[in-house]
Ligand binder design. Structure first.
Ligand code: NIG
Ligand code: FE
Length: 423
């Protein structure tokens, strides 16, 4: 017999179903099973049932009693800037005075100041810092996380950031997916040499990253004063030609064509989308591109909230993610993000659950293996300190994840019952 795990006495098992992003009405369809149990062998779900666990399955299994609580899939954070040096609390007063984000960047602050701190940090220091962030995420229920580079912008530091992601992917429980975001800003040393920087990305960095398998996705910050839609297209097409998949930061502040580009390529996901137009939303729907919305960034920058309801109505699959980074969202709390999405996007708890599980998994091309609790999927799950799904949107502001299981193993938190089964 393999390594069997049984989670019994689940008060409510709430999960989306399927191996693809859910859009439209399907985004709000959650399977709700009361008095359930779940069985996993070697980290993969082999049975989901109701009532008492059959005695024959209990033999030799590790057993967790969920204590009548809510169980959902492990949360997937599909958009983070995980590894960076330093912090930027010195920008707080400027932000409170209303100095626009892009003005801070244009003055050599913002992203560029984190670039300086990330270049100065050792790989060891970056690994330690990102590792602590992942531990905090895990305790909040996050079992998979996308992680972008983009605070090096030179060859050496981008590779250092990607090496940090790779190392952490091997040494701690949260599964990581790496995205190369060399086109996050124009580095200071290329200030008057845009074309040269784009050549560095397309002719040197992307082929190297693809060859070495250092990232699965390529992302571009397509925004006024950063990269144009034409530049984003050139970079992302090169990435696709090298076998990477495309993501794009777009319509965060101005709609300059990046969202239409995302739908046309199509990119796997388009992210931020605060200023998305009807045309942009239509393009996403046509391209089957996942909209990764970042409500904590709207909250922290005092910006409007993206048009989640219009996107869902148009058939765009919506995910929500943290955008954890030192500038526009210094919080990694995906539970807070879920609350913000519920209250500020007008998404139902069911739609938000899909957004942080199945659709988030689809935004990183892992929906065939992650994002729902059903036979054949990986046993990544959260036992909540909550009796039902509404409760985690109701008791906002504290960590309600009780026990976090990654690939059939307890990765964080206390056992609700039977502490002797921890081994
Ligand atoms: O997704 N918008 C671009 N990049 C990040 C912010 C990076 C920073 O301010 O350091 C974002 O919000
Ligand atoms: Fe971002």
């Amino acid at each position: 017999m393999g390594n069997r795990l049984i989670v019994s006495n689940i008060g409510l098992l709430a999960t989306p179903l399927g191996c693809r992003a859910a859009s439209g009405a399907a985004q709000g369809q959650i399977s709700m099973r009361s008095h359930a149990y779940l069985v996993a062998e070697d980290g993969v779900i082999t049975a989901v049932g109701n009532g008492r666990v059959p005695e024959s399955l209990m033999q030799g299994a590790r057993h967790i009693d969920a204590g009548g609580n809510l169980v959902t899939p492990g949360l997937v954070d599909a958009h983070t800037h995980l590894g960076f040096g330093g912090w930027r609390e010195h920008e707080l007063a400027m932000k409170r005075r209303g100095v626009p984000y892009l003005d801070i960047l244009a003055q050599g602050g913002g992203i560029l100041s984190t670039v300086r701190m990330t270049r100065d940090a050792s790989q060891k220091a970056l690994t330690e810092k990102a590792g602590q962030a992942l531990e905090a995420m895990l305790h909040l229920g996050v079992t998979t996380c996308e992680a972008k580079s983009g605070y090096g912008l030179d060859r050496q530091t981008e590779l250092k950031q990607l090496a940090v992601i790779r190392e952490l992917g091997r040494t701690q429980p949260v599964e990581l997916v790496a995205t190369y975001l060399g086109a996050h800003a124009l580095p200071e040393e290329y200030k008057n040499r845009r074309a040269d920087y784009i050549r560095l990305l397309t002719e040197e960095m992307l082929p190297l990253i693809a060859r070495e398998g250092l990232a699965e996705f390529c992302d571009v910050f397509c925004e006024t004063g950063v990269f144009t839609a034409a530049e984003a297209e050139q970079i992302l097409r090169t990435a696709l030609a090298h076998g990477l998949k495309a993501k794009i930061h777009t319509d965060e502040i101005d709609a300059i064509g990046g969202t239409e580009l995302a739908g046309m390529l199509p990119a796997v996901s388009a992210e931020h989308l605060i200023a998305a137009t009807d045309r942009g939303i239509l393009a996403l729907a046509q391209g089957g591109t996942v909209a990764v919305l970042l409500p904590a960034t709207s909250f922290y920058l005092g910006k409007p909230y993206a048009r989640a309801r219009d996107m869902i109505a148009a058939g765009v699959p919506v995910s929500v993610a943290s955008d954890y980074n030192p500038g526009s969202c210094p919080s990694l709390n995906l539970q807070l993000v879920m609350n913000l999405a519920c209250w500020n996007y007008g998404m139902s708890p069911e739609e938000v659950l899909t957004a942080v599980t199945l659709n988030a998994a689809a935004a990183i091309c892992l929906a065939d293996r992650l994002g729902s609790l059903e036979v054949g999927k990986q046993a990544d799950l959260v036992i909540w300190d909550a009796p039902n799904l509404d409760y985690i949107f109701y008791r906002f502001g504290q960590n309600l994840a009780k026990t976090v299981i990654k690939q059939g193993r307890i990765a964080a938190g206390a056992l609700p019952h039977q502490p002797e089964t921890l081994a």
